[in-house]
Design a protein around this ligand. Structure first.
Ligand SMILES: [Zn+2]
Ligand SMILES: [Zn+2]
Ligand SMILES: [Zn+2]
Length: 162
């Protein structure tokens, strides 16, 4: 897969099913991405910028709950309350058919430092305490959580309690 922006060869993001360009950091998503979480974009502007790309996040809905979504890297910012509701509703409706083993945590994910777009303080980067081996970025002060593309799908599919 080549970068649509600069044409360079793209590199697979570790543990994910999408690509990133090492030259210009454009993300590339194969047409048949395995992410089964659907995001409905509701508007085209918000007060906050993406902590990864610094472009404006847009209001969107996941499982009927509001999030702020980045159309460039497809990450999302949710309040802790909405995130809990989204996880509960996605997991309640997911048929546990394919037994995908959760991937191991990639230690390099802890080295990334993102800042909360709301208060500008560093996000707290830690493993998510619920199902699925994902590393999440949270702001306790603002009660916000940042999820990279694909993380919600890993949580949705993870075996275990609902
Ligand atoms: Zn590029
Ligand atoms: Zn982004
Ligand atoms: Zn914050």
């Amino acid at each position: 897969m080549n970068c649509e922006n600069c044409g360079a060869a793209m590199k697979l993001v570790p543990g994910r099913d999408y690509f990133v360009c090492e030259y210009c950091t454009t993300f590339g998503f194969p047409a048949k991405s395995k992410d089964g979480v659907s995001v409905t974009v509701l508007g085209d502007v918000s007060d906050l910028n993406c902590p990864v790309c610094a472009v404006n996040l847009v209001p969107a809905a996941v499982a009927g709950h509001e999030v702020l979504y980045c159309t460039r890297c497809r990450g999302m910012l949710a309040s802790n309350t909405n995130f809990g509701d989204i996880v509960a509703s996605l997991r309640a409706t997911y048929e546990q058919s394919d037994e995908r083993k959760p991937r191991p945590i990639d230690p390099s994910e802890f080295k990334r430092h993102l800042r909360c777009p709301h208060c500008e303080q560093d996000f707290d980067t830690h493993p998510y305490y619920g199902p699925g081996n994902v590393v999440v970025d949270t702001c306790g002060e603002c009660a916000l959580i940042w999820l990279d593309h694909g993380e919600l799908d890993v949580i949705r599919r993870a075996p275990g309690r609902r």
